[in-house]
Design a protein around this ligand. Structure first.
Ligand code: SF4
Ligand code: SF4
Length: 194
């Protein structure tokens, strides 16, 4: 049985797509005239129950970002400036797009065995799922730079190197203030003993 057999055949008007095109035009025009009406009332100083649609004058005015929004990656650093990353390969393994490339090197210290000699992220493949951040046991990779605009003339230009990832800083100012998220989490309630 063909997968399309379970759908009833399209009518003549459905095959022309004209009714749906008309519906789309009506919806667009309704938004347009509603907003025009609201802005006319606002410019005359007449109070109204609703606000018109807000248009940001991008790129001069940036829309505030939601705190949980995933933006460009960065690698976090220790106090001595070295990367927190211990080259455990968890992020590389979990990445569904296979766009993280790590080459591990040995460190002389016993407490920290490895460090990333090379740590590249191919943004041309990245789907911004955030799994790398979730998987990292060292909090060494974050997606809180607030950077959303990046482009390149070629595929090679979409490669983020370790040095670039370490140079990025968190951009809290770009995000919507959420004091409730900034405060320390309350202790989880204890489970009743069985
Ligand atoms: S955000 Fe997702 S796709 Fe991008 S590097 Fe991390 S795990 Fe891979
Ligand atoms: S960023 Fe985190 S998960 Fe990825 S290799 Fe480094 S320590 Fe491991």
């Amino acid at each position: 049985m063909n997968v399309h057999d379970k759908y009833k055949p399209l009518t003549f008007w459905e095959r022309t797509y004209l009714p749906r095109v008309w519906d789309g035009l009506v919806l667009t025009m309704r938004h347009f005239f509603c907003n025009l009406w609201h802005f006319l009332l606002a410019s005359l100083g007449i109070p109204r129950a609703w606000k018109g649609a807000v248009t940001y004058q991008y790129p001069e005015v940036r829309r505030p970002l939601w705190p949980r929004l995933r933006t460009l990656h960065r690698l976090t650093k220790r106090d001595d400036g070295t990367p927190r990353c211990v080259a455990c390969m968890m992020c590389e393994t979990v990445c569904p797009a296979k766009c993280i490339y790590i080459v591990a090197g040995e460190r002389p210290e016993k407490q920290i065995e490895k460090y990333p000699v090379q740590f590249d992220i191919d943004l041309g493949k990245c789907v911004f799922c955030g799994y790398c951040v979730e998987a990292c046991p060292e909090d060494a990779i974050r997606m809180d730079t607030g950077i959303l605009e990046f482009s390149a003339y070629g595929r090679n230009g979409m490669l983020l190197t370790k040095e670039m990832l370490l140079s990025f800083e968190p951009k809290k100012g770009h995000y919507v203030a959420r004091p409730d998220l900034e405060t320390a989490p309350t202790a989880a309630p204890k489970l009743a003993e069985a």
